[in-house]
Design a protein around this ligand. Sequence first.
Ligand code: NAP
Length: 332
Amino acid sequence: MTIETLAIEGLSTPVSRIGLGTWAIGGWMWGGTDEKESIAVIRRALDSGINLIDTAPVYGFGASEEIVGKALADGYRHKAVIATKVALEWRDGKVFRNSTPERIRHEVEDTLRRLRIDYIDLYQVHWPDSLVPIEETAAVLNDLRKEGKVLALGVSNFSTQQMDVFRRGAPLSTAQPPYNLFERDIDGDVLPYVKQHGLVALAYGALCRGLLAGRIDVNTKFGGDDLRLHDPKFLTPRRGQYVAAVKALDVFARETFGKSVLALAVRWVLDRGPTIALWGARRPAQLDGIEEVFGWRLDANAFAQIDSIVDRYVKDPVGPEFMAPPQRVQVA
Ligand code: NAP
C-alpha cells in the first residue's frame, strides 16, 4: 500500500494524509477506554505508515496523551508525527477555554511529560478563547517554537479572521476544522483560506463520529458518557435520515468504485484540497480498511452524485456545533 503524504510547513518529515485521531482513546465522552487495545491501534497505525497521531490534553483529561506516550515507547517515537493541542482547561470534569500565556506555558510541560517526548511536532490551539487576544497566544506559542519545544503551529476551530490575527504573531502551518461529507461549512471560508495561504487542513470527524464507517443503524445503542447519546445527528428521527444516506452512499461506492462507504468518506475529504483526514479509531481492526483509501480519486461527476444522495436523504441537516466548549466566565 502506498500511503499519500503531504508537507507541513515547519516539519521535515512528510505527513501521511490519514492521521489517527485519539479522542475516543481517552475514554471521556466516548464511553470509556481500553488501554491495551489503544496502544495496539496506535502501533498498528505507525507500523502501516500512518505517521500522524492527533491527541489533546483534554481527551480523557490527560489519559489520551498518556496512552499515546506509552505507545511511543519501544522505538516508536521516530516513526510518529505528534500533533497535540493546548488551551482547554478542565476542573471537576468541566471544560472551558483558556489561552493565556501562563496556561500555555504550564500545559506544554504537562503534555511533554505525558507524551514522554522532548518536543511536539505540531502544537495546535484547540479552541479560540475570546478572553485572550490572539496576538498574545500566538506570541507565546512562537516562543515555544523558537525554544525547540514545538516544531510547527496550528489552530483548531478558528475563523479565517482569527487565523489572520494569529498569522501576524506566529507562522501558522495548519487548521483543524470539522469536515466530512455531511459537515462541510468550511467549504465557504476555511478551506479556501487554507489553500490560499499554503496551510494544511486536518479534517476532524472525517467519519462523522462513526456514522460514515457504515456500521451504525437506527437501533445502535451507545453507553456511558458517549457523546452520540446527545449528538443531534444521532437522535430519532434525524438519525434515520443519515443512516439511509450512508446506506445509499455505500451502494454507490461499491457499484462505482468497488469500495466501502468508509473508504469513500475518507477519499472525499482527501480529494477536496490540501487535507488530512483524522480517523478516530480505538481498536486495531477499525483500521482494516486503510488500504482501500489510496490509489484512486473522486472526479467532479462522483462529487455531484454524492451531493445528490446526501440531499435526497438528509432533509433536516445539522452540524457539529454541539461540541463547542464554553468560554470561561470572566472574573472581575
Ligand atoms: P470520527 O473519526 O469521525 O469517528 C470515530 C469513530 O468512528 C470511532 O470512535 C469508532 O466508533 C468509529 N469507527 C472508526 N473506524 C471504524 C470502523 N472501521 N468500523 C466501524 N466504526 C469505526 O470522529 P472523531 O474521533 O471525533 O474525530 C477524529 C479525530 O479528530 C479525533 O479522535 C480527534 O483527534 C480529532 N477531533 C478534534 C476536534 C477538535 O475540536 N479539534 C474535535 C473532534 C475530533 P466506536 O469505537 O464507538 O465504534
